[in-house]
Design a binder for this molecule. Sequence first.
Ligand SMILES: Cc1cc2nc3c(=O)[nH]c(=O)nc-3n(C[C@H](O)[C@H](O)[C@H](O)COP(=O)(O)OP(=O)(O)OC[C@H]3O[C@@H](n4cnc5c(N)ncnc54)[C@H](O)[C@@H]3O)c2cc1C
Length: 331
Amino acid sequence: MDVTVVGAGVVGASVAYHLARAGVAVTVLERASGPAAGVTGGSFAWVGNSGGEWPDGAEDLRAYVHDDFRRLEAEVAGFAVRWTGSLSFSAGSGAAPGPGQALVGASEIAELEPGWREPPEQAVYTPTDGGVDPVAVVASLLEAARGHGAEVVYGAAGGQFLPGALTVLAAGTDTGALCRRAGVNLEVGTSPACLLRVAAPPGVVKTIVAGPRFEVREVRDGELLMTIPYVVGQSADEVGQNAELAVQRLRSTFDGAAECRLLGYRVSSRPMPAHGPVVGYVKPDRSLYVAVMHAAVTLAPTVGRLIAEEIVSGEPREELARCRPGLPKFA
Ligand SMILES: Cc1cc2nc3c(=O)[nH]c(=O)nc-3n(C[C@H](O)[C@H](O)[C@H](O)COP(=O)(O)OP(=O)(O)OC[C@H]3O[C@@H](n4cnc5c(N)ncnc54)[C@H](O)[C@@H]3O)c2cc1C
């Protein structure tokens, strides 16, 4: 079986790896010149399955997230997760812990984040959360796919669909447009978000700290990722000013952060299908398959495994039942 995967973001890389590992001849076509050039490269890349919103089909996948990450850590050279746990707090009181989470007070927060100067009175602690370097993770999956015989071609725009051959569209925000080119109507909403890269002394932030003004985590020794609120229509200057302001806040929030320096910021458009992940065949002849979702850094290991299993076996995976593209209209 030959499969073409369009897109070398986190979804395409995971699908390619799992298919190649199962013995499928895979070609990845990526129009950019390297891996994770789309929204994945601008992601905060927080990995966790507690809290937050898990719409429809995503809810059915969350139970598998940790096992799939642990498996890839063992299977794939260079696939590494920083299992740091997370501390979330909101402006007012009323943060309610969900399953696997605990409400912690000042002394526990001080143990987890000793450098936090004026922590909130309470935060929701999720000990099982972690984060990845999204570019490194994609590169490691593609390298492992190559090790299983896959071909990865950069500077190659996919979208020439051959009847009888299977194409998996993992093209993020471009998935809808590529579907339309194949005569399939698939709406994929988008939503922009802003990521900052910050140079910092190692260990300034130990967990993932998520508050109303920013989220911050250490992505590698000496570098933090931050997200800040972004409003559609903000000019580049405004975003730049907000980014500098956020780094100033960071400096005054944590001991040892005085040297923190903004390395860069980026606003990326996230694919946001309205009703959760969209995963499955969209052509009756099974020549076209789509995989597009929000929170794809968290979901990609599980989704990639399940997609490979159903493509190879020909049997639909029950776990993906609520992720199926809704009755596509054929031109
Ligand atoms: C600021 C921010 C914070 C985020 N935080 C988190 C988080 O903490 N946890 C989490 O799980 N998710 C998070 N996300 C969302 C997550 O980053 C995305 O869900 C995920 O990266 C989507 O991956 P993808 O592979 O679908 O898309 P992409 O990474 O965009 O990959 C699609 C690829 O397809 C390529 N492509 C498009 N058209 C073609 C074509 N015709 N031919 C060839 N190639 C093509 C593109 O160049 C791109 O490389 C965040 C996003 C942002 C912006």
